[in-house]
Design a protein around this ligand. Structure first.
Ligand SMILES: NC(=O)c1ccc[n+]([C@@H]2O[C@H](COP(=O)([O-])OP(=O)(O)OC[C@H]3O[C@@H](n4cnc5c(N)ncnc54)[C@H](OP(=O)(O)O)[C@@H]3O)[C@@H](O)[C@H]2O)c1
Length: 241
């Protein structure tokens, strides 16, 4: 190896290899974040379409087609009304899962459009019962005022969802990452500097850099100067389990 080369950072490999080789006896959880060079996912006013270009969108759909379930928080449904299906590549639709602790989302939404794909709503156990035809409500207890990311993963695993994509948004990915529940983080970096606005990650504060996560990373050019950085969080010191 050339002197000075970081053994944890390479430019070869297959970003879907870890999906295929994951231990079938436990959940495999991947998160994705499409972000600017300065780590933003939206402007101050919330404009986020489209930071990333077609190559990153294609990659997002490839991830969706490679997992059993795609999970987003209520904030993303309210902001973007995503379909959460696979359209840009060939492959099956994953189950669609929305975290809506108080069952605040009402009315029609694209993720609810029936296409034979299972849909699930994760709420706190004392949330108002709100029956949406075709949607399974998964009720979980609060832990320190939040739904436990581990309990959510376990509930999905118990329903046959072994490979799980935490698609967003910022709060949802950050809580799963803080809880040590993410195996891989796919950062999709677009060649744009926003300079202010929403950060992609907002983790619990750390006191010194010894406590920072330092995942092994692999870089993949995606085209149109977009880059995928595949972060192996199981190799990272610090906050993972
Ligand atoms: N760039 C990307 O890759 C990407 C991907 C997806 C979304 N986005 C953007 O992200 C923004 C939305 O992100 P966001 O951070 O505002 O919202 P979010 O993460 O989509 O949703 C957050 C909400 O989900 C619920 N939630 C998530 N985890 C929870 C937990 N552990 N316990 C209890 N409740 C939990 C809470 O709902 P309540 O509020 O009801 O308590 C929470 O406020 C949008 O602008 C969207 O465009 C970007």
């Amino acid at each position: 190896m050339p002197k000075g080369k970081d053994p944890a950072t390479e430019i070869t490999g297959d970003p879907f290899g870890p999906f295929r080789s994951a231990d079938p006896a436990r959940p495999f959880v991947v998160a994705q974040l499409g972000q600017s060079l300065d780590g933003r996912i939206a402007t101050v006013s919330g404009a986020s379409k489209y930071i990333n270009g077609e190559p990153a969108l294609d990659h997002l759909h490839r991830i969706r087609a490679s997992v059993d379930a795609v999970v987003v928080g209520a904030g993303t449904i309210a902001a973007d009304d995503p379909q959460l299906n696979v359209r840009r590549v060939a492959g099956p639709n994953p189950a669609r899962v929305v975290i809506d602790p108080t069952s605040r989302l009402r009315g029609p939404a694209k993720w609810l459009e029936p296409d034979g794909t299972p849909c699930m709503l994760i709420t706190r156990e004392d949330a108002t019962s709100f029956v949406i035809p075709g949607v399974e409500q998964i009720r979980l207890p609060l832990v320190d005022g939040e739904l436990s990311p581990r309990a959510m993963i376990d509930a999905l695993f118990a329903r046959g969802c072994r490979k799980i994509l935490i698609e967003g948004g910022a709060k949802t990915i950050s809580t799963f990452l803080d809880a040590g529940c993410i195996d891989r983080l796919h950062l999709l970096i677009a060649p744009i500097i926003i300079g202010s606005g929403r950060n992609g990650l907002d983790l619990k504060p750390i006191d010194d850099l010894m406590s920072a996560l330092r995942p092994a990373t692999v870089f993949y050019p995606l085209g149109q100067n977009e880059i995928l950085i595949d972060c192996d969080l199981r190799s990272a010191a610090g906050g993972t389990e």
